[in-house]
Design a binder for this molecule. Structure first.
Ligand SMILES: C[S@@+](CC[C@H](N)C(=O)[O-])C[C@H]1O[C@@H](n2cnc3c(N)ncnc32)[C@H](O)[C@@H]1O
Length: 278
């Protein structure tokens, strides 16, 4: 039922998604290739995807409303340190703007870039309700970089694991930042903890996921040596079984089974703040 897919959705197998990135074979080395292969390994076989009732890659914007009081994390601290004097913030893959709105006390303007309009709608509503000067840009990064323009601080939280072709994404973050870039990501692909459910419901064995260390190795190949701070996120709420059922490309009548299976899994909490200067 579903066929449309994006190049940057690791779920891709076949079609345009399987096109090997143009930088392979010389421009960038093995770490970028390893990242692309690990990310491509997160794919959903076409025969499973064809039975999906909903887009398994779609993020529900209602889950991404930023909290009134931002979490006090190393990522926020790194962003505020770069805003030692107030400056502009560009949030790439902003969702509802959790990363940007955590910095508003020292941000003179926030720009949100996302490929989903409903995420930008949440970003817009939050900026208006909090009286923050803002702009939004709809489109995939790095294609949207030109329209977004530069900013003093560039933040991108929980987006890298959506990306297959990582060097252009990282280079565009770096080029957009006047003072620094702050990336936040989980220690490994955020959906890897659901791998036992792919085995259980589809008999699909998942290869190992990409990790923060893999992303840092790609940065190294680009000549960027970031500061990496490891930390633990607060316990996330239990994952919505309806969303997981969709992610697994299962029909809605399987929700109770998925719900029960989730009780046997532990959602990882290890996160990393990866920051660097342009
Ligand atoms: C897991 S959410 C994280 C949202 C937000 N940064 C946060 O931490 O709450 C990932 C977001 O990145 C967006 N996204 C993924 N790849 C993107 C790309 N290449 N360009 C723009 N947005 C992207 C998705 O639409 C989604 O809103």
């Amino acid at each position: 039922m579903l066929s449309a897919r994006s190049r940057d959705r690791p779920g891709s197998r076949g079609g345009a998604d399987s096109t090997r990135p143009t930088w392979l074979g010389g421009l960038v080395g093995g770490a970028a290739e390893r990242w692309a292969e690990l990310q491509s390994g997160r794919g959903i076989p076409p025969e499973i995807l064809a039975r999906a009732e909903h887009d398994p890659w779609h993020h529900d914007a209602t889950y991404f409303v930023p909290p009134e009081v931002p979490a006090d994390t190393p990522s926020r601290a790194a962003g505020l340190a770069l805003l030692h004097t107030p400056g502009s913030v560009l949030d790439v893959g902003c969702g509802g703007g959790d990363a940007a709105f955590a910095l508003v006390e020292r941000a003179i303007r926030v720009t949100g870039v996302d490929r989903q309009q409903d995420m930008l709608d949440v970003f817009t509503a939050t900026a208006r309700s909090r009286g923050v000067a803002f702009r939004t840009v709809l489109g995939p990064w790095p294609d949207a970089a030109e329209q977004a323009g530069p900013a003093d601080v560039v933040v991108s939280h929980h987006v890298l694991h959506n990306v297959v072709d990582l060097p252009p994404f990282l280079l565009a973050l770096t080029a957009a930042a006047r003072r620094g870039v702050v990336v936040e990501m989980l220690g490994q692909h955020p959906m890897a903890w659901l791998d036992p459910l792919w085995e259980r419901f589809h008999g699909l064995h998942r290869p190992p996921p990409a990790t923060t260390d893999d992303a840092v190795a790609v940065l190294g190949e680009l000549g960027i040596e970031p500061t990496v701070t490891w930390w633990e996120r607060r316990s996330p709420p239990r994952q919505d079984p309806v969303w997981v059922t969709r992610r697994l490309c299962l029909p809605s009548d399987r929700v109770p089974e998925v719900d029960a299976a989730l009780d046997e899994l532990v959602r990882p909490r290890v996160a990393a703040t990866v920051a660097w200067h342009p």
